[in-house]
Ligand binder design. Structure first.
Ligand code: ARG
Length: 445
């Protein structure tokens, strides 16, 4: 029997169906159903022979899904209904007992929590590999000088190791955000039923232990209405992807002929269909452009959740594509960032030539006067005047500054002194970078 006298409108069916995207939840759906069936039998809610028939049927379902031979049917609205329908075909009547004490409302959010937990773990693992690549690259380029930039104008020289480690600390914080998202996935919603709890004496702790949840949700209404663990994942991903977009932008700049600071590995570059000489940093460009897509998914899910009355509403089916696309995008962005950092060939001469622009030692000259007793605001003006004289006359800064300030100015204008004088905690002097490398290594242990 059915509640409905008329068939669904084809357009409604198309709109309502989620199988096209939620089929990838099947490993979690099968795992959940196994745990649920074991619990039902342990509690005497179904018999042991029924449990065994269900478990054997689920093995068959899993094998078919794994092999790609699972026969999806036109009436399968989502992966949960498809699995249960096929289970009942394979296992017979016991299959119809699996959904005892369960609703699709607590079932779907449990699957998605398991999926999101895996995704948050993978992101942390990939970030760790990225961070290792950054530390390795920093060690290989410990004392390579380059200009640091503000406003994309040469500002003060730094070591490449120091610059690479800046990315490391961003990634380290990202890893922390994904760990927090993982923790948000550790509360099991299953057992909430449709929204009010169920009419059976279930053992939720038993199911939670099998599925690796740390605890069970204390409120069935909250359990089926909750998607904030997805927002947490998406927020972590949005920030991480935004970080990587800045890395992508630098890679694009640095690999240009104008900068010439690095050559990308061929494995992460592409050619042009018309210009034979081209080696394009497409992966860096895509790192730039993928980030707003994940940010858009975060914003879209906030929109789905906004003002949504409790508890389950079909709106919540719109959580999945935003999540899935973000997970796929994040995985590719982290792989690209790691591949480019690990394989980039930096050009020591080009960077060093850019870093030996004397004007980037202007702050150091101003500090020389400060150490001789002049207030900084005053010395800033004195050096600004010398810089202007140098730029307008076409003479080098040293030629202008040494007669005015004495021989100490010449020592300050020697390139390595600009770097080694930045010995404050967290600064670019080699001793401090070595210290930082130690801290970074410790974060990876
Ligand atoms: N496909 C649905 C979703 O993703 C599953 C839950 C459906 N529950 C319901 N009561 N219609 O949200």
């Amino acid at each position: 029997m059915s509640r409905f006298a008329e068939p669904q409108d084809p357009a409604f069916r198309e709109m309502n169906t989620s199988l096209g995207f939620d089929r990838r939840l099947w490993p979690h759906d099968v795992a959940q159903s196994r745990a649920h069936a074991r619990m039902l039998a342990a509690q005497g809610i179904i018999t042991e022979p029924d449990r065994d028939a269900i478990l054997a049927g689920l093995d068959g379902v899993e094998a078919e899904l794994h092999a790609g031979t699972f026969p999806f049917a036109p009436d399968d609205e989502d992966i949960h209904m498809a699995v249960e329908r096929r289970l009942t075909e394979l296992a017979g009547a016991p299959g119809g007992r699996l959904h005892t004490a369960r609703s699709r409302n607590d079932q779907v959010v449990t699957d998605v929590a398991l999926f999101t937990r895996d995704a948050a773990r993978s992101a942390q693992a990939q970030l760790t590999v990225f961070m290792e690549a950054l530390v390795d690259a920093a060690e290989r380029h410990l004392d390579w000088a380059l200009p640091g930039y503000t406003h994309l104008q040469r500002a003060q020289p730094v070591y490449l190791s120091h610059h690479l480690l800046a990315w490391f600390w961003m990634a380290d914080r990202d890893r922390g955000r994904f760990a927090a998202a993982e923790a948000a996935c550790s509360v099991m919603p299953l057992g909430a039923g449709a929204l009010a709890g169920v009419n059976f004496d279930t053992d939720r702790g038993m199911v939670a232990r099998e599925l690796g949840f740390a605890s069970v949700s204390p409120n069935s209404i909250d359990a089926v209405a909750n998607r904030d663990f997805i927002l947490d994942y998406l927020a972590a991903a949005a920030t991480c992807a935004t970080h990587l977009s800045r890395l992508g932008a630098e890679i694009v700049l640095w690999s240009s002929s104008e900068f010439g600071f690095l050559v990308l590995p061929d494995a992460w570059s592409s050619g042009s269909s018309i210009m034979p000489q081209k080696k394009n940093p497409d992966a860096g460009e895509l790192l730039r452009a993928k980030a707003p897509r994940i940010v858009g998914h975060l914003q879209a899910l906030h929109g789905v959740m906004h003002a949504l009355p409790l508890t389950y509403n079909k709106d919540l089916q719109e959580d999945k594509e935003h999540l899935f696309d973000s997970v796929d995008t994040m995985r590719l962005c982290l792989a690209a960032a790691t591949g480019m950092v690990a394989g980039a060939r930096f050009d020591r001469e080009r960077m060093s030539a850019a870093a030996s622009d004397e004007l980037i030692a202007a702050t150091d000259l101003a500090d020389l006067l400060v150490k001789q007793g002049m207030p900084f605001r005053e010395s800033h003006g004195v050096i600004a005047g010398l810089v202007r004289e140098s730029v307008e006359s076409g003479r080098s800064l040293a030629d202008v500054a040494v007669p005015a300030l004495g021989q100490d100015a010449r020592a300050v204008l020697a390139q390595s002194s600009w770097l080694e004088s930045k010995a404050s905690e967290g600064g670019t002097a080699l001793g401090r970078v070595r210290e930082q490398l130690e801290q970074a290594r410790a974060r990876l242990r």
